[in-house]
Design a protein around this ligand. Structure first.
Ligand SMILES: Cc1cc2nc3c(=O)[nH]c(=O)nc-3n(C[C@H](O)[C@H](O)[C@H](O)COP(=O)(O)OP(=O)(O)OC[C@H]3O[C@@H](n4cnc5c(N)ncnc54)[C@H](O)[C@@H]3O)c2cc1C
Length: 261
């Protein structure tokens, strides 16, 4: 359990950012679900919920998602799920329960780059920009390699670019942390694959391959190449070898969903 000395409702992003620069014991708070599992002594917990950052706004080019929007908001957003073939609905539906998903935020799910994250896996399957208060716009695919600092994630912007996506995960029981997460995007005639919980944070492999008329041998070859480009490890949920085997199966399932029409 953590302790919080001062709970501050930020009146502006500038105030929140300034407080957040004052050392490790000052912290931005999202839904407080992951944070409360730790044992930190927090001096200032900075709450962004009065800054109107909980909206999902759709425009011609994409979706602008505020950091305080919840996992249940992306699970139930009609436009977002229609555009990406229920990617977000599928990615978050195993995360604990609806009450939990009504509290867990997008900022708290993306900023810490959690190694098991279904949410990170799903957003990496799209062309997603992370909008940071000081650094500005950074592609999510670059953000995952930037060391975590004291900036504030204000929004994500997910571009509509006509890609088709499919999501699969494997967990030991319905609401456990995933043993492996997998999302595949079909962009015109090529695929991009995201694999997470390996047990490292999700990463994307772009491997140019023609998507039409894929035989099962070609799918297996593709999966082998993708898996070979990523680092895997072992933990209580599974060995490296087991995770590689699961990845092969999940990539195959995603590709068959994307190519059957
Ligand atoms: C029991 C349990 C089971 C879970 N299972 C899964 C699962 O199966 N799959 C999955 O994908 N996820 C899972 N999660 C993670 C969950 O989905 C959320 O990602 C997590 O709780 C963080 O969201 P939060 O809003 O609670 O963030 P918080 O706990 O409030 O914050 C987490 C971190 O993010 C920082 N932060 C928050 N918002 C911002 C911001 N806007 N800018 C900068 N930094 C910010 C905080 O300072 C903190 O360091 C699980 C979590 C728990 C507690």
């Amino acid at each position: 359990m953590h302790t919080i000395r001062n709970y501050i409702m930020a009146e502006s992003l500038e105030q929140a950012w300034e407080l957040n620069q004052k050392g490790r014991n000052n912290i931005i708070i999202g839904g407080n679900l992951w944070l409360k599992m730790g044992r930190r002594n927090i001096i200032n917990a900075i709450d962004l919920s009065s800054l109107g950052l909980d909206k999902i706004e759709e425009d011609e080019g994409g979706f602008r998602i505020g950091c305080m929007a919840t996992l249940h908001d992306i699970e139930t957003h009609e436009g977002l799920n229609k555009e990406f073939q229920n990617l977000f609905k599928e990615a978050v539906r195993h995360i604990v329960g609806v009450q939990f998903r009504n509290c867990a935020t997008i900022g708290g799910s993306i900023f810490p780059k959690l190694g098991f994250s279904d949410v990170l896996t799903a957003f990496l399957a799209c062309d997603t920009q992370v909008i940071l208060y000081k650094k500005g716009e950074v592609p999510l695919r670059e953000f995952i390699y930037i060391p975590t600092d004291n900036d504030i994630l204000t929004h994500l912007y997910v571009k509509k670019d006509g890609r088709k996506t499919a999501y699969e995960s494997f967990r030991m029981t319905e609401t456990d942390f995933p043993t492996i997460t997998c999302a595949v995007a079909k962009i015109q005639d090529s695929f991009e694959t995201v694999l997470g919980a390996r047990p490292k944070h999700a990463e994307v492999v772009v491997d140019e391959v023609v998507a039409d008329a894929f035989s099962s041998e070609e799918v297996a070859d593709y999966a082998k190449r993708v898996i070979g480009k990523l680092q895997y490890g072992s933990n209580i949920r599974g060995s490296e070898q087991y995770r590689k085997q699961l990845s092969k199966v999940l990539i195959g399932r995603c590709i068959s969903r994307l190519t059957e029409e």
